[in-house]
Design a protein around this ligand. Sequence first.
Ligand code: IPM
Ligand code: MG
Length: 369
Amino acid sequence: MKKRIAVLAGDGIGPEIMKEGLKVLGTIAKHFNHTFTYKEALVGGCAYDKYGHPLPDETKEICNNSDAIYFGAVGGSKWENLPPELTPERGALLPLRGMYHLFANLRPAIIFGPLADSASLKSERLEGGLDVLIVRELTGGIYFGRNKVKSLTLHEGAVQGNYAVDYMIYSVPEIERIAAVACDAAMKRSKKLTSVDKANVLESSKLWRKVVTDYVQTRFPQIQLNHLYVDNAAMQLATNPKQFDVIVTENMFGDILSDLASAITGSIGMLPSASLSKTGFGLFEPIHGSAPDIAGQNKANPLAQILSGAMMLKYAFGLNAESKAIEQAIMKVLEDGYRTGDLANKATQKEKILSTSQMGDKVVEYLST
Ligand code: IPM
Ligand code: MG
C-alpha cells in the first residue's frame, strides 16, 4: 500500500514524540511492505515564528495533498497573548479540524494491564482493565459558535465592552451525524451507549438529548442508551469507570472528560485520538498538549503519539493487523516493566525508566521480535 502522510509535529514535545511515532511507522512499513511517504510541515507557534501564521499556506497545501495528517501538539506560553486568530490553538488546530470537517473524534481510554498500578484509581476499581471509547463531537458546540453566529447573524461580534461571549450551538444534523458514529462503535462493542450533556441547564443539551434519543430509538433499538449530566459523568468516571463502554458527548464536555479518562488510565501520555470526517480523511493526534515544561529533555512519553499512528493505520488506511501489531508491541514493552517517567510507580520503583527515544526504540525492538 502506498500512502502520503502529512507530518505536523508542532511545538514543545511535539517534535520529540513525533520522531518516535515515525520510527514505529517506518518499522511497520518495512515489515508489512508498505510505502509511506512523509511530508513535514510547520504548524502552531513554530509556524507563526517562521511565517507569521500558525497555519501557513504551505502547510495547508501539504495536508490537501496527503492521505492523512499525523499531528503532534501545538501551543505554549510564548504565543498565548497573540491575537486569538494567530494562536496555535485557534489559528491552526481548530481551523484544521473545521476545514476538513473532522467532526468525529474517537478517544479510546484503555488501561494497558501492566499499568493498572500507575492508574490514579485503586486497582480494585479497575479490576480486569478498562476500555472506554469517548466519541467527542469536534467541529461544533462552544468551540465553533462564533463562526455560526456570524452566518446566522444572531449577534455581531463576540466581545463587546465589558463582556466576553461564547456561543454553544448545535443543529439537529450535527448531533445526528455524531450519534451515528457512536452507534456504529457501540454496535461493534457491547451495544451500550452513554450520552453526556447538561440538559438540566442548557438548551443545546436539551436538543442533544432529544436527537440522540430519537436517533437510537428509531435506528438502533438494540442499543442500550442512557443519559448523564456532565458533572455526574465526571464523578462516575472517577469512581466507577467500568460501567462505561461508549460515551458520546459534545465538544467541550468531551475535551474535559477525556483528560479525566486519561488520568484514570495512568497518564495523559497514553491517550491517542482519531479525528475523522465523513469521507474517512483524518487527523491523528495524542490528546495531550505540547508540555513546554519538559520539551527538549527527551523524557516525554511518546506512546500516545505512537498509538495515534496505530489509529491512523486502522481508520485512515484500513490496516488493522498493522495497527494491532503496534498495540501488542506496546503491551509487551509495558509488561516487561519499561516505563517513561510519567508512568513510574513511585511505590514499587521496580520499573525500568526510559527516555522518549529509548521508549520508541523499545517499541521498534518488540515489533521486530
Ligand atoms: C484537545 C486539546 C485541544 C482542545 C486544545 C489544544 C485546543 O485540549 O485536543 O483535547 O481543546 O480540543
Ligand atoms: Mg484537551
